[in-house]
Ligand binder design. Structure first.
Ligand SMILES: Nc1nc2c(ncn2[C@@H]2O[C@H](COP(=O)(O)OP(=O)(O)OP(=O)(O)O)[C@@H](O)[C@H]2O)c(=O)[nH]1
Length: 365
């Protein structure tokens, strides 16, 4: 069974400008073995204040629709198909569902896809990445791991599971259920096994799916100015130590760094940053202005894990910003790296840098 859960608001006229009105809507796959904790994670994410989320639940999902209703994020569920997403013909109508949810009228910040426990994360990532829906981009693959059962159910062969390679973020849950004397050792063993398949995935230990939502999507309130990235909210709330400053005590906090951009940036410096983000960054986002061969141009750039996505903005933005977020990010070091991009000379035409950026843009389509 595939259900699409739609947001409560249907008209863009009552809402401010959203990044999704110009950029593509990130689609985040939530994967993990049966009972690993996917629904718990989803329910936590759906409670994020200021986030406008669409959700596609695959199979016999047990999403707590009532909880979602209470948060006011979602109000409609529709059944459109049956079976496991990656095994169904046409992926059970996934493209259609994504197209519908990504409509600019809805102004969603992100679409979460909860896969059935049987889904292959690599196949699901490909389905989303190469989806026929035009207004979406793959915004990450979250793998939820059950620390108690992992070595009995998922990681049972000599080599670590291949599917770890698909994950951008690995959430290790249920560590609280392990005997205290075994906890650190088991979590470390899981980390090492994941690392053997995937050197880039960000790993976080979380109870009942309580991760910092800024790792996954932008949040914005209706009071945010139209010309700011949704990340602006996170950063305004940012504590001096770089913590994204909200929802204290419920989860381990992500670190953030940001710099404002008052003028055009150097395409080469920007692409260097996209290809080599600050150490520990899980997401990197920017709205930038560049000197093109004839006129100034605007771009929206997103990096999740190692995935780079570049969108052209209809107009060069008057000001911009660069933001990096990650669990193991050193915000001071990251800020230096962002500042270096802001300071790189952008006076001369940079044909080589523009070519590199346009190549990333083509690959993003
Ligand atoms: N103690 C503890 N329980 C957890 C944690 N994460 C999830 N659970 C519990 O584990 C059970 C299964 O969690 P779900 O979120 O339903 O797992 P799922 O992956 O969505 O399950 P399926 O949809 O059946 O594959 C629920 O009873 C959760 O409350 C955790 O970190 N700690």
């Amino acid at each position: 069974m595939l259900r699409i859960l739609m947001p409560t608001w249907q008209s863009a006229s009552t809402r401010p400008f959203r990044t999704s009105a110009v950029g593509k809507v990130p689609v985040i796959a939530v994967t993990g073995h049966l009972g690993a904790g996917k629904t718990s994670l989803l329910n936590q994410l759906l409670r994020t204040p200021g986030a406008r989320l669409g959700v596609i639940v695959n199979d016999f999902g047990t999403l707590n629709v009532d909880a979602a209703l209470v948060t006011g994020q979602i109000d409609e569920a529709a059944a459109i198909s049956g079976g496991c997403l990656c095994c169904l013909p046409d992926a059970g109508g996934l493209d259609e569902a994504l197209e519908k949810l990504a409509h600019p009228r809805l102004g969603l910040d992100a679409i979460l896809v909860e896969a059935s426990g049987a889904a292959d994360p690599l196949a699901l990532a490909r389905l989303i990445r190469f989806s026929g829906a035009e207004r979406v981009r793959l915004g990450g693959v979250i793998e939820v791991i059950d620390a108690v059962e992992h070595f009995r159910t998922v990681d049972i062969w000599t080599d670590p599971p291949l599917h770890h390679a698909a994950a951008t973020l690995v959430v290790i849950g249920k560590a609280d259920l392990l005997p205290e004397g075994e906890r650190d050792r088991t979590v470390e063993r899981i980390r090492q096994r994941v690392r053997e398949r995937n050197a880039d995935a960000q790993l976080v230990v979380a109870r009942q799916g309580r991760i910092d939502p800024v790792l996954v999507f932008d949040t914005v309130t209706d009071e945010d100015p139209d010309d700011q990235l949704p990340f602006a909210q996170v950063l305004r709330d940012q504590a001096p130590d770089g913590h994204a400053n909200h929802d204290h005590g419920r989860h381990e906090h992500a670190q953030a760094a940001s710099v404002p951009l008052t003028g055009p940036v150097s395409p080469s410096a920007l692409v260097d940053l996209l290809e080599d983000p600050p150490e520990g960054a899980y997401r990197l986002k920017g709205r930038v202005r560049l000197r093109g061969s004839r006129a100034e141009q605007g771009y929206l750039v997103n990096v999740v894990g190692r995935m780079i996505h570049v969108d052209r903005l209809p107009e060069p933005p008057p000001t911009g910003e660069l933001v990096a977020i990650g669990m193991q990010l050193d915000s001071a070091i990251a800020e230096q790296k962002l500042l270096a991009v802001a300071a790189a000379s952008a006076e001369r035409p940079d044909a080589a840098g523009l070519r590199r950026l346009r190549r990333h843009r083509r690959l993003s389509d």
